[in-house]
Design a protein. Sequence first.
Length: 265
Amino acid sequence: MKLIYRIGEVVPYINWDYFHHAWGLTGKPEAEKRQLKAEAQALLQDMEGHYHTYAIFDIMEANSDGDDIIVGGTRIPMLRQQTPRKKGAPCLCLADFVRPLSSGVKDRVGVFATTVDASMEREYKGHDGYRQMMAQTLADRLAEATAERMHEEVRKEYWGYAHDENLTIRELHVEAFQGIRPAVGYPSLPDTSINFVLSDLIGMKQIGITLTETGMMQPHASVSGLMMAHPEARYFELGKIGEDQLRDYARRRGLPIELIRRFII
């Protein structure tokens, strides 16, 4: 499924806390934050009608097999925490939140990517450094906001496992919904080369995303990852990845360990 949004359709989903953090305003006076936000909102109004944001996703049959997730017939190895968050807690892996292959029952997992018009990142380049930086920061926030809106629509409509959900934007930002959408490059899914697998599954080029040799996305203001509906699914950090797990992961990926080191950020 490919979705196209007007800027105004995703602006309400922007997390302004992260916007202020990107500008180094965390903990600064509220007046400074309000001024910067007002300038950003004015630029967003200028962008309306000139730029769009995009999402592409599919919801596929899936199962876990050990620490691997099999999505749409494609095996995607995952990594597991080596040290639990607190004493007595389990060491988590994203595969834990998908029904095991041994159960004989199919589960479902979503695969997604979101992005912006590539020219948005180049806006004002070489002409106005401040507005160029503002446009680039907003492009990042719009890609994330698009993922937030798309995920809401998936939960309530396309997948429909939470069709009665009725959350405020603030509740969305603190992830009060059922399920998770772990993104590539983030703490539980740090291997950027997974993007090659996800792109094969959903065709990221359809929304203008291309991949570098290490799996980084272009435009930079892009987000990709998985969507899981398990009611106990939660985000976690892998922490330090030991050499033994790295070797096992490289074996399961079918790639040289030194290449895997380049991919994990």
